[in-house]
Design a protein around this ligand. Sequence first.
Ligand SMILES: [Zn+2]
Length: 390
Amino acid sequence: MNKQLTHFLLKGGRLIDPASAKDGRFDIRVRDGKIDAIGVDLTLNGATEIDVKDQIVTPGLIDVHLHLLKGLGAFGVDPDIFGVGSGVTTVVDAGSAGHTLLNIFRSYVTDNAKTRVLNYINLSTLGGVSGPGYSILADPRLIDEDKIEKAVEANRDIIVGIKIMATGVALGSQGLKPLGRARKLGDTLKLPLLVHIGESWTKDTAPVHVGDVLKYLRPGDIVTHMFTVHPDGLLDGNGKLWPQVRDAKESGMLMDVGHGLHNLNFDVARKVLDQGLHPDGVSTDGHRGNRAGPVYDLPTTMAKLMALGFSLNQVIEMATANAAKLLGRAGDLGTLKVGLPADISVLKLEDREWKAVDSQKGTIPAHQAITPVYAIRGDMIYEPLPIERP
Ligand SMILES: [Zn+2]
């Protein structure tokens, strides 16, 4: 049951907050929706005690790539399903709305969600209305810089970047020209670009070479679907990272997982990770078609990265401190500070054997599972929605 409490104490948990270098037994007291105290063995002071002994307490988890225009096409999912219904307090839509749909997105999704919802505005006027298998950038009239600028300026509080589909099918006869226009727009608006790589939807189009795409990116821009097995990924035919990928990462370009229905492949992930390239953000690419598997939720996606060799602290850092940096929100998200609005996740870490499944139904053994216990925003405490996980 979700509940509202004006004064409560999270008692006895293990707090992991990489942004403030905390890992240990700390209690957290929340009053009137704000963090009132973080400390060892805090007294109740009249607060209601919430026992989180043996559980992990973290800054509110951030899922940096989903499709949240609920009801839109095959993908649009209610943000509270992958959000507070999954122990996650912030979810970020990756380009469902172009400039024409942004006001609808805001009033229909953002303003009605219990979860904080941020946006990457789509470079294409069409946004996600036609689904990913269409040529949404192939006609030069489908990018309208003036209207994008106006939409961004009116919605700066929720816009975190510009989404571009860098696939052969999306770009069509325009080739790389839309990337040049995105580059200019990103510079003008001082927003990072979120670039989708991986040609998942058609075999008829020649894929775009990732090395050509990277030429348009700057430090702080983000490539999503880093572990895709589809053409236009990070690896060459011999399973080696394209040299441009390594150069771009070293120069400060960021990498996101973007699990999704197509784009987390364990074999690719192993090869990429073995060559020293690590993700900055972890995300589900959650939508209506992958909630029941292979994705489930962000905690399960984090546990899959642990099965690939990352530690609990590393995956929590990706979903909190690093995600906040990637979104340009490191000041107010991804860490816990006295005086800030309460934005907290409580998780259960279990030692148990399970099989992690990737987007191509490949499996690897996993020894630990992460499940959500609470998502806390202000004075609201949300319990996760029932879901059958592996
Ligand atoms: Zn996506």
